[in-house]
Design a protein around this ligand. Structure first.
Ligand SMILES: *Cc1c(COP(=O)(O)O)cnc(C)c1O
Length: 252
């Protein structure tokens, strides 16, 4: 995606507060349209590429959770802002050799899509004496360029997760197709929600599939209408990213 000038720059505390208020209002309005309680929707500000200074401003504006796509970037920020009680959420693809870092600094991991990563993360968490909230990532758009499990692979995968006692399974996460065609975007969310509903029925005891992490700056209202309980929003809070997103998603 190219940087979008529709996302207002946020350089000051006032800018960030204003953007947060606008996003929160849009969340409330989307909930109203869908007959939902806004308290059911958690806003996860996404701070990738955002420098420490502006993350500290967002913290001053009462943000406590921050989503980061890349482990290296997240880890450096967690170390630099260890004085703040931030809950870091890793929302991007993880390589097994980085699991040890995530097990140390992250509060949540939203992009679980392989048993190898589940094993590595669980083992590292056991060593650290911690547990972590995790979401299973679903490839709801069918694009080869997207990470995540194919929808029909998710239930068998979920059954295996019961073996990892340090992983607290919370739900599923997806990225919709990047498209101006809102019907196609909505279909990704509808599919993911249906899958989540099925997992709630059929997943092993002890795993909870209540949460549905879907929707970003460009599509979070559609996601809320289709049942999102977590929306991951970066640019609408912090302003358009100066760099392209190719480094965060394969094949863009
Ligand atoms: C960057 C990112 C987001 C947020 O995207 P914005 O366009 O900044 O709202 C959401 N989810 C994931 C996985 C991301 O990497």
């Amino acid at each position: 995606m190219t940087p979008d000038t529709a996302f207002p720059e946020a350089a000051t505390l006032d800018d960030i507060r204003r953007n947060l208020n606008v996003v929160q209002l849009r969340i409330t309005q989307a909930c109203a349209r869908a007959g939902r309680d806004p308290a059911e929707v958690r806003l996860l500000p996404v701070s990738k590429t955002v420098e420490e200074h502006r993350i500290r401003l967002a913290y001053e504006a009462d943000c406590r959770d921050f989503g980061e796509n890349k482990v290296q970037e997240a880890r450096a920020k967690a170390a630099a802002m260890a004085d703040l009680d931030i809950r870091w959420s890793v929302i991007g693809h993880l390589q097994t050799n980085k699991a040890k870092y995530v097990a140390r600094f992250a509060h949540e991991f939203q992009a679980l899509d392989s048993l190898r990563v589940a094993e590595a993360l669980d083992r590292r968490l056991q060593i650290e004496g911690r547990a972590m909230d995790v979401f299973v990532q679903v490839n709801s758009s069918g694009e080869a360029s997207k990470y995540g499990l194919a929808p029909d692979a998710v239930l068998p995968f979920a059954r295996e997760l019961a073996a990892f006692s340090a992983l607290r399974v919370k739900g599923v996460m997806t990225l919709a197709v990047f498209s101006d065609d809102t019907d196609r975007v909505r279909r990704c969310f509808v599919l993911t929600r249906a899958l989540r509903d099925r997992l709630r029925q059929e997943a092993p005891d002890g795993l909870s599939f209540d949460d549905l992490s879907m929707g970003m700056s460009g599509d979070f209202e559609i996601a809320i209408e289709e049942g999102a309980t977590v929306v991951r929003v970066g640019q609408a809070i912090f302003g358009a990213r100066p760099t392209g997103d190719a480094q965060y998603w394969p094949g863009m």
